[in-house]
Design a protein around this ligand. Sequence first.
Ligand SMILES: Cc1cc2nc3c(=O)[nH]c(=O)nc-3n(C[C@H](O)[C@H](O)[C@H](O)COP(=O)(O)OP(=O)(O)OC[C@H]3O[C@@H](n4cnc5c(N)ncnc54)[C@H](O)[C@@H]3O)c2cc1C
Length: 394
Amino acid sequence: MDARFTDEDEAFRREIAGWLAANLCGEFEIVKGRGGPGDEHALFAERHAFEKRLGDDGWIGVGWPKKVGGRGCSLTQQMIFHEEYARAGGPGRVGHIGEGLLGPTLIHFGSDEQKRRFLPRILSGEEIWCQGYSEPGAGSDLANVATRAELVGDEWVVNGQKVWTSGAETSDWCFVLCRSDFDAQPKHRGISYLLVPMRQAGVEIRPIAQMTGDSEFSEVFFSDARTAANNIVGEPGGGWAVAMGTLAFERGASTLGQQMRFQNELDEIILVAQNNGKSQDPLIRQRIAQAWMGLRIQRYHALRTLAGIAEAADPPPAAMISKLFWATWHRDLGKLAMDVMGAAAELARGEPYDLTGLQRMFLFSRSDTIYAGSNQIQRNILAERVLGLPREPR
Ligand SMILES: Cc1cc2nc3c(=O)[nH]c(=O)nc-3n(C[C@H](O)[C@H](O)[C@H](O)COP(=O)(O)OP(=O)(O)OC[C@H]3O[C@@H](n4cnc5c(N)ncnc54)[C@H](O)[C@@H]3O)c2cc1C
């Protein structure tokens, strides 16, 4: 296994770093370090404009195949892209769900017509997507979805409720898991994967206030919402395989580059500790060292995974520990940040509820072990698919 970067990879690193230095300035100086977890509403219009700038120069969909308009970069280069983006203080991406989840799903499962209609507008940064999976009665167990879709003439008519829909308020489209066959058994059959426009009378969005002070997710109510008959990915009733494909993209390559963002957070914690004297506390020093080591483990694990993929074509089973490891590590980093800040952690900077980046990080990090598959669900997956233990009773 060779985990070193090639000359070509290093040249790619210089290219994206140079582009960011030349573009993340001037009118875009204010979006540096803004947006992202816990800060999703910040400067949305400006961040959307930056997304379009990325699209203009072909920096959206770097991992997508060239034949659909992407850059066709290797996984290693995708990681480099994300690393440099975070190193430069690139803003939270407003188009990450379209680029990271829906786009790869359409490339894999979509019709030619769907690829032509939807992919270019993700690549240009024009259209924003959200994910309509979870419902009040269906989270970890997605096969329980109860939102109904009926084909009436040349349209699907959708009724039901989604919840925890990130970015619903700012999205143009949602990919929605619906039940279209009400008698099918087992229950994961009969689910359809629909592409539904958000800006229509049948869609009501009710933001949910979060403890970060933001409301990046919402309840979404569909009341006779409509979408064209051909806006279905896969067969009617055959949406389960498509939905699982999207989840694999959500837990996979899209998280490879986040370590640089985590590094920025750890650097900030170390700076606070140095300034307020906590760096002299031996227990804090030990926890900082542990956090540093955990981050190195994540990086080397990512490199090992990439090298394994290059050699074996398929992700090695060990790749599946990533979500559980990073989510638990990051939740602990949030606690460390608060302990390093000490009493100051309990005070907002100003009115109303003006939190620092570390305070927001701590509060939002509580959700890391829930979304994209909770820790318990990740452990079930590892037990069954990697260790080959008996399946849990269903
Ligand atoms: C910040 C954030 C953003 C989100 N964004 C979106 C989004 O954009 N779109 C979307 O559709 N959803 C989104 N979600 C929802 C997320 O996918 C769900 O919260 C998650 O899948 C868990 O489902 P649940 O909340 O219904 O919890 P439940 O499934 O009810 O689980 C409750 C508890 O039981 C445990 N549990 C459940 N089943 C098992 C089992 N079989 N074995 C052991 N333990 C089990 C869980 O681990 C958890 O601790 C988001 C969530 C968060 C926190």
